[in-house]
Write a protein that binds this ligand. Structure first.
Ligand SMILES: *Cc1c(COP(=O)(O)O)cnc(C)c1O
Length: 364
């Protein structure tokens, strides 16, 4: 993290000014002129995320979706993209409701088998979009294997790394060109800020394009929002460790409970993606779990409100545990199973969390 040069505070100052003073010759003393183009708090955040992801450049946006949109905006009409059949729901909406009108072509595949990705590659394919573990089914994709498919081709591989966070996975180290984050989630970590970021492996034409989209289209994060995410990052490894450990224990408990039909969590040996996840992730398997309730949809809706320590709310990645009936959140076009409940595990005491589920499940 950087420091205010004049007064040297330990915690970063927030520079709210939208404009910076010009010298007589038109130059600026610092790197800043107008805050849509750049701002001290944004620069501090971008440097931190670039380092965490082993990237050469990070470019911050006002939301995760603005960051994702910026990646797709680097393509031209007529370009073809491959996206997973299980993917963050808003990416589906972006594809179906916005980008398809602009002439982008899409193929959705089950990316948990790289052969499906390979089969979908066309002469005009320019982008492979991946999410691992995916949302909400926690499918695991072998990122390195997909990157090897496109080695010498003009195809970019972008990974939405929001769920693992840089603490558990670094897509650029696995061969991807782009890593994307909703900083709203683990990087911010306290459910009090919306933000996003695109991290590029290399400087060059692509990085310049994304930077231009940030500055010209202007979906930039406010200085205070950047400050909040930067502050969140200071405790990111500690939070991830606690949340991941709690999730592993809760997933094992749920897996053995008779009221549960299935548990989707890559930390379980029964998970089809367990071995791949073990190889490409570090420090654990993340803090998101999806489960299927045996008694069906109504029971899945009910249980969300029978828990005491899990707050019924959308989103994920904060210090507090959250739970939701995913299909109710996504609406009519949802492909989530009707009895699926999605859990974001927080930093609370692991035994308390397990007991909360025990009581709720026993009452069904
Ligand atoms: C939340 C989320 C997003 C969208 O981020 P916003 O900050 O809400 O725009 C994208 N991808 C994943 C995996 C997410 O969880």
């Amino acid at each position: 993290m950087g420091h205010d040069i004049k007064s040297n505070p330990v915690s970063n100052s927030i520079t709210l000014s939208s404009i910076f003073i010009r010298n007589k010759d038109g130059s600026y003393d610092g790197d800043f002129g107008y805050s849509r183009a750049s701002n001290p708090n944004r620069s501090i955040l971008e440097r931190a995320i670039a380092q965490l992801e082993y990237g050469s450049e990070a470019i911050a946006f006002a939301s995760g979706m603005a960051a994702i949109t910026a990646v797709f905006q680097t393509l031209k009409p007529g370009d073809h993209c491959i996206i997973p059949d299980d993917v963050y729901f808003n990416v589906t909406l972006l594809q179906e409701d916005i980008l398809s009108d602009w002439g982008w072509e899409f193929t959705r595949v089950d990316a948990s088998d790289p052969v499906n990705v390979e089969k979908a590659i066309q002469s005009n394919t320019r982008l492979i979009w991946l999410e691992s573990p995916s949302n909400p089914l926690l499918k695991v994709t072998d990122i390195q294997a997909v990157c090897e498919l496109v080695n010498d081709k003009e195809i970019l591989v972008a990974v939405d790394n929001t769920w693992p966070s840089p603490v558990l996975m670094n897509p650029l180290e696995l061969g991807a060109d782009i890593s994307v984050h909703s900083t709203t989630k683990y990087l911010g970590g306290h459910s009090d800020v919306i933000g996003g970021c695109v991290v590029l492996k290399e400087k060059g034409v692509l990085a310049e394009k994304v930077r231009n989209i940030q500055i010209i289209c202007g979906a930039v994060p406010a200085p205070f929002d950047c400050w909040l995410v930067s502050r969140g990052i200071q405790t990111l490894p500690l939070r991830m460790r606690a949340q991941t450990q709690n999730a592993q224990e809760l997933a094992e408990f749920l897996y053995n409970h008779p009221a549960i039909e299935d548990v989707f969590y890559p930390g379980l040996e029964s998970h089809p993606g367990h071995e791949v996840a073990k190889q490409q992730m570090k420090n654990g398997f993340g803090a998101m779990i999806s489960i299927l309730i045996k008694k069906g949809e109504q029971a899945a809706k009910d249980i969300v409100h029978r828990l005491e320590l899990f707050t019924p709310a959308s989103s994920l990645g904060g210090v507090e545990s959250l739970v939701e009936h995913r299909r109710s959140v996504e609406g009519d076009r949802s492909t989530a199973p009707p009895n699926l409940v999605r859990i974001s595990v927080g930093i609370e005491d692991s035994e308390d969390l397990i007991n909360d589920w025990k009581h709720a499940l026993d009452s069904l």
